[in-house]
Design a protein around this ligand. Structure first.
Ligand SMILES: [Zn+2]
Length: 211
């Protein structure tokens, strides 16, 4: 996917980094926490329980949410534009690789092979930054940290950024976000899961058919 290098914020007027607006930054700049797990769930449904056992899937769901642990940077006073700010190093491919590496170390506990645990957790974690890069607001993503602190958005942004404060979420804005995520993320993931299953059925049918 061709990525577009961007300045830090798509809507600077709504994302000033002074203390009074810190909460609004946190509340407005991410897909919902319920949507990031769509990718590992789709992979698990598409590949089946044998490939992705329940413990590995649970770890994948956690890994897909993990990058947003960086919102603590706001309360610690880390500037938005810092590599250690929101959508910084925890959203990078290097961080996803580190999570995959940890998965490989604990593959037995996850009920999987080393390669499969590493690949699944890498994809689950990396998908977080990819989804964030498709959102209509907030900071771009530091995919290439630590080699570069440049931030990138996807060529198109289609997913509405989400409020996570309960009061904001229970509003028309929250409804818009949910509809946007259903349309762009969940439907795409459901289709991908279906195609993966279909591909497996076809491969099995070819394997079982007489030569
Ligand atoms: Zn994020």
């Amino acid at each position: 996917m061709r990525l577009r290098r961007e300045s830090m914020l798509r809507h600077p007027s709504r994302t000033q980094t002074n203390d009074s607006s810190r909460t609004s930054i946190i509340n407005l700049r991410m897909p919902t926490i319920f949507t990031h797990p769509a990718v590992p769930l789709a992979l698990a449904v598409g590949l089946g329980r044998n490939a992705i056992p329940s413990r590995l899937l649970t770890a994948g769901v956690a890994a897909s949410i993990l990058p947003d642990v960086d919102v603590v940077a706001f309360s610690l006073g880390v500037p938005y534009g810092s590599a250690f700010g929101h959508r910084g190093f925890t959203h990078s491919l290097a961080f996803a690789a580190a999570v995959g590496f940890v998965g490989a170390l604990f593959h037995r506990a996850l009920g999987s092979t080393r390669i499969r645990a590493a690949a699944f957790l890498f994809l689950a974690t990396a998908s977080h930054g990819a989804l964030d890069a498709l959102t209509t607001g907030g900071s771009a993503i530091a995919f290439l940290w630590p080699w570069s602190e440049a931030r990138y958005f996807a060529p198109v942004q289609v997913i509405e950024v989400s409020p996570i404060g309960l009061r904001r979420f229970l509003s028309q804005r929250g409804v818009d976000v949910i509809l946007s995520e259903l349309a762009w993320v969940w439907s795409t993931c459901a289709l991908a899961a279906l195609l993966l299953r279909l591909a497996q059925r076809v491969a099995l049918a070819f394997k079982q058919s007489p030569a």
